[in-house]
Design a protein around this ligand. Structure first.
Ligand code: SAM
Length: 179
């Protein structure tokens, strides 16, 4: 094996390890929202908005990049813990020159999200329970919440969009009102 092949192999192994480690750490793989899901999630936004659009777990940047390109004058933020997907999303952000997009490699459970106008997520049932607790503690203003596939346990959606895909994937749209 040549040096180049060895470097490539180490890179592939590190990448695979980072994805597996990130999945174990967060409870979900960095699976991307489909094109149809991104479209449905972005079309749920009610304009005008007062604050940033935030993706809680921005993965490879699929949704945040679609949002930042579609709305170049709107501030868009993504939080992602898994370093390799985050790195890829950063490279995509700079190569597309998306100045309105900020990507943090950070646990969104420790992030300040109370000024968000819209919160997007695509998590898993346990993650939605933890998020629900954070929202009840910290979200003190009306906020639109749009969740791919998984529902928030303590809140009734105002709308559920069914995607025209093989799973009829639900997109839950909530008008969050502070208690
Ligand atoms: C299914 S992916 C969705 C990616 C992206 N939002 C999309 O729609 O294409 C979920 C992502 O959330 C990330 N994640 C889960 N919990 C997190 C946490 N507490 N803080 C930051 N990222 C988290 C995972 O690493 C994963 O990349």
């Amino acid at each position: 094996m040549g040096l180049l092949e060895l470097i490539l192999l180490v890179f592939v192994l590190l990448t695979a390890f980072s994805i597996v480690w990130g999945t174990l750490q967060t409870g979900i793989s960095p699976m991307m929202s489909s094109g149809k899901a991104c479209q449905a999630m972005l079309s749920s936004i009610e304009w005008p908005v007062n604050g940033p659009l935030i993706d809680l777990g921005s993965g490879w940047g699929t949704l945040v990049i679609a949002a930042a390109r579609k709305y170049p004058h709107q501030q868009v933020i993504g939080y992602e813990l898994s370093w390799f997907p985050w790195l890829v999303s950063i490279i995509r952000k700079y190569s597309l020159r998306l100045d309105n997009l900020t990507l943090y490699r950070k646990d969104f459970m420790n992030a300040e999200i109370s000024d968000a106008a819209v919160l997007f997520c695509y998590l898993f049932p346990g993650g939605m329970v933890a998020l629900d607790k954070k929202l009840n503690r910290e979200l003190l203003k009306e906020t639109l919440i749009v969740s791919n596939t998984f529902a928030l346990p303590s809140c009734q959606p105002k709308k559920v969009i069914r995607l025209k895909d093989i799973y009829q994937t639900p997109i839950y749209v909530y008008d969050w009102q502070p208690a």
